[in-house]
Design a protein around this ligand. Structure first.
Ligand code: RB5
Length: 160
């Protein structure tokens, strides 16, 4: 499985820990930055990871900012992305079982490194349950398609 990881300055230290864990778990991990402690804008790094997963170049994504909220907002703008902000084990497990989440977001200023690692292990080892949840994901896909149609319509009318 190919995993894209990214963070802002508030998630850098935790990202380093998580990157080594992913390698230990035999996952192929590509780091999309940021690489240094200087202040950066989380949308820039959230976009890189989310775009790669949305386009199918990566199987899953993992994003870390201070709270995880900003990265979640960015990631869920992208088609086919189901990003889940999981700062505890229960939501990590449920986001895979029920939501088939394909991007895990963690708040680097919210959870300690040991809990974060356990969240990552749980998230990657939990399968999607399918069944009734599959139909709900289909509804999300239809919402995405309708929204795309609406924004396409807006662009067309702007061209008149
Ligand atoms: C950066 O200070 C912080 O705002 C960012 O890491 C994140 O928590 C945003 O949601």
């Amino acid at each position: 499985m190919k995993v894209a990881i990214g963070c802002d300055h508030a998630g850098l230290e935790l990202k380093k820990e998580i990157a080594s864990l992913l390698s230990e778990m035999d996952l192929v991990c590509t780091d999309y930055g940021t690489d240094g402690p200087q202040s950066v804008d989380y949308p820039d790094f959230g976009e890189r990871v989310s775009e790669a997963v949305s386009a199918g170049r990566e199987d899953r994504g993992l994003l870390i900012c201070g709270t995880g909220i900003g990265m979640s907002i960015v990631a869920n703008k992208f088609p086919r992305i189901r990003a889940s902000l999981c700062n505890d084990l229960f939501t990590a497990r449920m986001s895979r079982l029920h939501n088939d989440a394909n991007i895990l977001v963690i708040g680097g200023r919210v959870v300690g490194k040991d809990l974060a690692k356990e969240i990552v292990r749980t998230w990657f080892s939990t399968p999607f349950e399918g069944g009734r949840h599959q139909n709900r994901l289909l509804k999300i896909k239809h919402i995405e398609e309708r929204i795309r149609g609406i924004s396409h319509g807006i662009r067309e009318s702007e061209n008149c």
